[in-house]
Design a binder for this molecule. Structure first.
Ligand SMILES: [Mn+2]
Length: 315
């Protein structure tokens, strides 16, 4: 199939995630691949500062520094969980419907090949099609949602049902999330009104806001989430704006009072044992970043996510 030159450029990306082999379609994933990192260069769903479409390129670049031995888990992550850079998901960057189609198709492809998709956004609207594909493959999911915001907004806000403030609203409504299995961590900041939490609360979402994390410590919160998730297929959707802008300045809708980068890493590490079937890391906006701080954090969070996959592999 011939592709438009601009799409070829997008599909190519730059240095691969974590120096992994680059295996973009039409090449199939090699036998035994346990994870595929996919860039999703889309920020047409942002409500404030755009720029997240360039995150895959920057996270790739800095991820080259991440080494493979996990000293806390005592596992050689890339050896235990063979992974590839699956390239970017391709679509015109101004066509949200085409983005959703392409992300859902590519996520399904990776899941059907027996690998765990790791999507690197892009804004948070890229999570919905990934959740659709994963729920289709595994059934209703446990969703660990790390974010400053609820992301259960509806069309009442902008007169448009799909943007980066709505993916969890759709996921709940479409039954992609198992009952009582939306775990939201890091929330804070003012709401539009007292009912903002209702869509999640109506479906048993459990909220661990930033103040609770500060009060109880992230290890306790992570342990509670891990316990509640049990052995369900789990998706981790990580909006980097959950982290305080002091640690992660490169994001389009920053909210003061967030997680430290240490807490963010401790959360993913504390999920050891969960059956991770997918992860997305979204809302890194390189143009607003300083010294690649946010991209470096994103790369390390993805590494912690891959470690969760490695821990489920036989020794
Ligand atoms: Mn979000």
């Amino acid at each position: 199939m011939t592709q438009q030159p601009a799409l070829e450029y997008l599909a190519h990306g730059q240095s691969p995630f974590f120096r992994l082999p680059a295996v973009a379609p039409p090449r199939p994933l090699p036998q035994g691949t346990r994870a595929a990192f996919l860039g999703v260069p889309f920020d047409g769903g942002t409500t404030y500062q755009p720029g997240a479409r360039l995150a895959p390129f920057h996270v790739r670049r800095v991820s080259a520094l991440v080494q493979g031995w996990h000293p806390a888990h005592r596992v050689a992550v890339f050896d235990r969980a063979p992974a590839v850079d699956g390239g970017n998901v391709v679509f015109p960057p101004f066509a949200p419907d085409r983005m959703r189609e392409a992300v859902e198709a590519r996520t399904r492809q990776v899941a059907e090949a027996g690998a765990v998709p790791f999507l690197v956004g892009g804004d948070h609207s890229v999570a919905l099609p990934a959740l659709r594909a994963l729920a289709r493959a595994h059934g209703p999911l446990a969703v660990v949602h790390v974010d400053a915001h609820l992301d259960t907004s509806g069309p009442e806000t902008w007169g448009e049902p799909f943007h980066h403030g709505t993916p969890l609203r759709h996921a709940l409504k479409e039954g992609l999330v198992a009952t009582g299995q939306l775990h939201q961590i890091g929330l804070r900041g003012p709401w539009a009104g007292p009912g903002d939490g209702d869509p999640g609360a109506a479906r048993g979402a459990r909220v661990h806001d930033a103040d609770e994390v500060a009060r109880r410590g992230m290890a306790a919160v992570a342990a509670e989430v891990r316990e509640a998730v049990g052995d369900r297929p789990a998706h981790l959707t990580f909006d980097v704006d959950a982290v305080d802008p002091a640690f992660a300045p490169g994001t389009g809708t920053p909210v003061p009072g967030g997680l430290t980068s240490r807490e963010a890493l401790a959360l993913v590490r504390g999920l050891a044992g969960v059956r991770l079937v997918g992860m997305d890391l979204v809302e890194v906006c390189p143009a607003l970043d300083h010294a690649d701080l946010t991209s470096h954090l994103a790369a390390h969070l993805l590494f912690e996510g891959l470690a969760l996959v490695a821990l489920r592999e036989p020794r």
